[in-house]
Design a protein around this ligand. Structure first.
Ligand code: GLN
Length: 306
């Protein structure tokens, strides 16, 4: 992508102008040449990040010349992508259901399969939901966006995740125009699971739903994760202990104290652990334990009623 002088008909040198369109095509070919799995998609994301244009706008502004600043950013972003950094960290954004979230390195990137977990929670028509391990806030914020008259408490042990969830809540405008005057619809708390809520008598047996996508990759499997995941995403958001169920076991214990009688636990877990997770839920006092598949038809979600 070097600007070079070519022969000129007049006195002015005829510099080739890099447009959005020519950069898109060039980046696609470059990524393809460097064995990127999805060169077209990568090129679109990288151009969007460099120009601030949406993917549709890239095509509407195909002939727009790139500024020097945009070209400099594009070079940097291409280099980061070649090092296998996830596109969501490079662009700083991702889509989840009907919302767009800010994403920063150090916080887990929401996955498309987790959108199904939101559907399972929406079916409950809950008034008070607790999300444990909110990351960027994807689940809580999608719920608030799609269901009126909902109050959500969200926890995460990581202060970066807590501040990102707050920021996404504000950016999405979900804080305005609902609930009683001055009442927030989302309370975000830095906490180890929901341990601090257990100390508050008002919180005990108060939630209709406890939802979580906890760290659930069995530790021995961490090494075989794609380098995009294991080298860039926070391991603390992935490592579920020897059998992937460490957080789930603690979650069950807290859920029986925080859910109302008849309340629902909704969790995402590792595809090999749903049977064992269902047994643990029954042993902890839950009934109506159901397992649901993800988009790839692998067992992924569990709901259970207290
Ligand atoms: N689904 C994620 C992955 O495969 C793992 C999510 C988690 O541990 N909660 O990378």
């Amino acid at each position: 992508m070097n600007d070079s002088t070519s022969s000129a008909s007049g006195s002015q040198p005829n510099l080739p102008v890099w447009t959005v369109g020519s950069c898109l095509d060039w980046t696609q070919q470059y990524m393809e040449h460097h064995d990127d799995d999805k060169p077209r998609l990568s090129a679109q994301w990288l151009l969007s990040a460099a120009t601030g244009l949406s993917r549709i706008e890239l095509y509407m502004q195909y002939d727009k010349p790139m500024t020097d600043q945009e070209k400099t950013s594009l070079r940097e972003f291409i280099q980061r992508r070649l090092n296998k950094e996830p596109l969501q960290y490079i662009s700083g954004r991702t889509a989840f259901r009907y919302i767009e979230l800010k994403i920063v390195p150090g916080v887990f990137i929401p996955r498309p399969e987790t959108e199904t977990l939101v559907d399972l929670v929406l079916k409950e028509q809950a008034q008070r939901v607790l999300e444990v391990g909110c990351g960027s806030g994807a689940i809580s914020l999608a719920l608030l966006h799609e269901q009126a008259e909902l109050l959500v408490w969200a926890t995460d042990i990581d202060s970066l995740a807590v501040s990102l969830t707050e920021e996404n809540y504000t950016n999405l405008g979900l804080a305005e125009g609902s609930g009683a005057e001055g009442q927030k619809r989302l309370v975000v708390i830095q906490d180890d699971l929901a341990s601090s809520l257990l100390q508050d008598p008002d919180m005990l047996a108060s939630f209709d739903v406890l939802v979580s996508n906890p760290p659930y990759i069995p530790s021995p499997d961490l090494d075989s994760l794609p380098s995009e995941v294991k080298e860039f995403e926070p391991l603390a958001a992935l490592d579920g202990g020897p059998d992937g169920l460490d957080f789930y076991r603690r979650l069950l214990d807290q859920a029986v104290q925080l859910l109302k009688p008849g309340g629902c636990l909704a969790v995402e877990l590792h595809e090999t652990r749903l049977g064992q997770a269902a047994e643990l839920a029954s042993a902890a006092g839950f009934s109506s334990v159901d397992i649901y598949p993800d988009l790839n038809q692998r067992e992924r979600f569990l709901t259970a009623t207290l």
